[in-house]
Design a protein around this ligand. Structure first.
Ligand SMILES: Cc1cc2nc3c(=O)[nH]c(=O)nc-3n(C[C@H](O)[C@H](O)[C@H](O)COP(=O)(O)O)c2cc1C
Length: 357
């Protein structure tokens, strides 16, 4: 069986940046790598159907990735012929492997019976995984939620993963109905870790390196996958490596956070984007960053009202540079919410637009 790429520090638990639509593009991966890359990257999902061709902007995050860390390409779909065709097309690019999405909770996705929708029909999952496994010569990974309405399918899905010698499994410890804010069930992740024959990444609300250590100890997972808290705190993967090694990470100052915001602004700049669109895109990332800037939400309040780069710079001066040596909170401040509204019935739960709008 093909083995997984070595982590940055051999012998340490694995870390991975979660796939996030509209977030984990080439620019974001580059910025994350600047502050400390994860062991593995995953692309946002390639949507697969009869007419689909691998999206060029997602391929860019594989082809032009200079981070030196492996990038797994995620697919979402249900038609086995086209899933196999897409996987083989993508494998002409330097992807580390193919990942199957069994978790997206967006109604417009699951209503088409893809992503999390497939968890209602484990035997269809068996067919898709079998076909992909037969076709993929290298690494094949799966990312699942625990179930759709409840956790009843989770054991069967892991048995399918085992039968098909999947190389790595990520478990987001919520059901599809649980959206992004229900309690993460780390006990269920632990149960699936025991059942799985392959390494498992625990996913869901890993807010800090300390939480990663706690969750790994509780679940015995091979590592963690981190999504929203890497947007908030791009130092998190480096901090994980330090804490795994028994060291205490240096605190991050608000001046460093200002540097992160400037770097992200420059990296995501697109000459075809009007200023307002670019500022609005930045505001979506900053909704997460703001959870650790101050306990009152004052940065978030002002940030949500900016419409120009100049205004954004002013807000950063007021809330970050004016107290540049203050510490950026390792955990999000309680009650400061990134305005996720992904549980609303008509929202697209797999896009920054819905999560932070
Ligand atoms: C903006 C956004 C986009 C997402 N897009 C995807 C996606 O394309 N594929 C996927 O498997 N999960 C996607 N997810 C789910 C994340 O990968 C992850 O499972 C979830 O956010 C829980 O982890 P966290 O608590 O570390 O954020 C997305 C989540 C967010 C917040």
């Amino acid at each position: 069986m093909r083995s997984l790429p070595e982590p940055i520090i051999p012998g340490q638990p694995l870390t991975a940046l979660a796939p996030m639509q509209d977030v984990t593009d080439l620019a974001f991966m580059k910025v994350i790598a600047h502050y400390g890359a994860p062991d593995y990257f995953f692309t946002e999902f390639f949507r697969v159907h009869a007419q689909s061709r691998p999206e060029k902007h997602i391929l860019k995050s594989i082809d032009e990735n200079k981070t030196t860390r492996p990038v797994f390409a995620q697919l979402i779909g249900e038609d086995t012929e086209h899933m196999v065709r897409s996987a083989l097309d993508i494998l002409k690019h330097p992807a580390a492997g193919i990942d199957l999405n069994l978790g997206c909770p967006a109604p417009k996705v699951y209503k088409k019976n893809v992503g999390g929708g497939l968890l209602r029909e484990p035997e269809r999952i068996a067919n898709i995984i079998r076909c992909l496994r037969d076709a993929i010569p290298g690494l094949f990974t799966v990312k699942m939620r625990l179930g759709f309405n409840d956790e009843s399918p989770m054991q069967r899905v892991v048995d399918i993963v085992n039968e098909n010698k999947v190389n790595l499994l990520t478990v987001h410890g919520r059901t599809v109905k649980g959206g992004y804010r229900s309690e993460v069930n780390y006990d269920s992740i632990a149960e699936l870790v025991k059942r799985a024959h392959c390494p498992v990444l625990a996913n869901g609300d890993i807010t800090s390196a300390a939480k990663a250590v706690k969750v790994i100890a509780h679940t015995q997972a091979a590592g963690v996958m981190i999504g929203r808290h890497a947007i908030r705190n791009p130092w998190i993967f480096k901090q994980c490596r330090e804490v795994f090694a028994g060291k205490t990470p240096e605190p991050v100052t608000l001046r460093q956070v200002d540097d992160y915001i400037k770097r992200l602004f420059d990296a995501t700049r697109n000459i075809d984007f009007p200023e307002l669109a670019h500022v609005n895109k930045m505001k979506k990332y900053l909704n997460f960053v703001g959870q650790s800037v101050d306990a009152t939400g004052a940065f978030l309040y002002d940030m949500r009202r900016v419409t120009t780069e100049k205004e954004l710079t002013h807000v950063c001066e007021k809330h970050l540079l004016s107290r540049a040596s203050d510490i950026f909170s390792i955990e999000p401040y309680p009650g400061i919410i990134a305005r996720p509204n992904c549980e609303t019935p008509d929202s697209d739960g797999c896009s920054l637009d819905s999560i932070t709008a």
